[in-house]
Design a protein around this ligand. Sequence first.
Ligand code: FE2
Ligand code: FE2
Length: 351
Amino acid sequence: MAAEAWGILHLSDLHFGPYLQQTESHGEWANIPGAFPHHYRLVQGMEFHAALLLKEYKGRILAAITGDMTTAGEPSAYEIINNYIRGRTYVRGLAKAGLGLSDEKVPFFHVPGNHDYWHSAGWPVSKWNYKSRFEIYRKYFPEPLPEVYPVVLNGTSVTIYTLDSNVIGRHRLPFQLDNMLGNGEVGDAQLADMQTRHQALVQASEAGTGVPAGYSHAGSLKVLLLHHHLALPSEVDEKKIAQRLLVLKDAAKVKAMISDYGIHMVLCGHQHFPHMLYDLEVGDNRHKVFYACAGSATQVKCDQNSFFFYEFAPRGTDQLVLTPTRYVRNITSNSYAFKAEVCDPIVIRLR
Ligand SMILES: [Fe+2]
Ligand SMILES: [Fe+2]
C-alpha cells in the first residue's frame, strides 16, 4: 500500500494586536491609519480551513509560521497570538478561538518578522519592564535562532531550518530604519552558527544518535523558514523600488547556503500577497527549489488575504509529489471566507 500523504500548513503575517481584534468595538490599533492589525472574521475564516486540515491530516501535519506574529510587538499582543497558536483562547463567554497546535500535538516551527521587533529599545518597552522588543518576543517564542530541527512525519524525514532575517542592533538609534523598511538581513554570524548546527545534525544522523528514530538527514525533505524574501514574485514590476527593497540584503549568501545544504523548499512571508516560484535559482543545486510566500492570512486592508497548505505524496523511496493549495480571500468579495485553489504539482527528489 502506498504511504499516506502528509502536509505542511504555512501561515504568515498574522499581525495580531493586543486583543482578538474586532470581537469588541474597541481595539487600540483598529482605527490608526496604516497600522492595521488582524481582523477577527479573517481569523475565523483561516481557522475554519486550518481545523479541517489538522483533522484530515492528524498525526501527519506540521505547521510553519513565517513571522510578523504581531503588528507592534506589545506584550499583550504576544500573549494573544501565543495562546491562539499553541492553544485556544477565550473570546467572550464560552466562545473560544485558536489553532491549538500544542493541544493537537502538531509540530510547530516559526521565525520572527520585522514587525515582531521593529525597534530595539526605549519607550514604551521600558514601561513594560523589558529592555527591547526582541526580549518580549523571546519570552513567548524562546526557541533558538537559528536552529535545525530533525523531524519524522508519517515515516518521512523532514529537516526544518529556521533563520532570523531581522538582524538588528548594529545601529545606535533605537528605531532600526533598515529593518522597518523591510528588506531584512541574516548576517554572517548567524550563517556561521547555522553551519555549525547543520554539520552537527549531519554527523548525528550518520551516527544514528541524538536524532528521532528513523530520521535520515540525507533522505530528508529540507525546508528553510525565514520572513524576508530571496526573490521577487514574477508578477511585480521590477522597476518599483519598493518591491526591490523587499529582497534580503544578503540573499546571495543565503542562496549559497541553500545550495550547500541541499534545501528543497523555502517558505517566507512579509509581502502581503501570495506568490510561488517552482524553480528558484540558488546556484549549482541539482534539484529545483520551491519557494513560496504565504501572504497575510488575517491582516485587514490587504488586497488579498492568503495562506498555503502543501501536500506531500510519497513516490517510491526517494521522491515526493508536492501539491500546493493556495487559500485566498479577495477584498472585493463581501465575504471573509477563503477559497481553496489547488496548484500544479511538482516532484521533489530527496536524494
Ligand atoms: Fe507583515
Ligand atoms: Fe514583514
